[in-house]
Ligand binder design. Structure first.
Ligand code: SF4
Length: 82
């Protein structure tokens, strides 16, 4: 269970299990919300979630529709649904 109060990040299983994408996400997030497990799969760093600056770099680094950032305090999500 996540300890984050304000932000949730949802990642599709295809992205979470793809080492190359996991590496990319680990690089782009300015507040280290993404990390890689020893086997290369993606790990969400729960204790950093609330540091999210809503920059959308992670969303832009992954295939469309595979990552959503949820603002738990308002119910809004990024990318905004169209
Ligand atoms: S929106 Fe920016 S700060 Fe938030 S998880 Fe994605 S890359 Fe990190």
């Amino acid at each position: 269970m996540s300890e984050a109060l304000f932000i949730a990040v949802e990642v599709s299983p295809e992205v979470a299990s793809a080492p190359e994408l996991a590496r990319k996400l680990t690089e782009v997030c300015p507040v280290d919300i993404f990390a890689q497990n020893d086997d290369g799969t993606l790990r969400i760093v729960d204790e950093n979630l609330d540091e999210c600056v809503l920059c959308e770099l992670c969303i832009n680094a992954a295939p469309a529709g595979t990552i959503r950032v949820v603002k738990l305090y308002s119910g809004e999500t990024l990318p905004a649904s169209t």
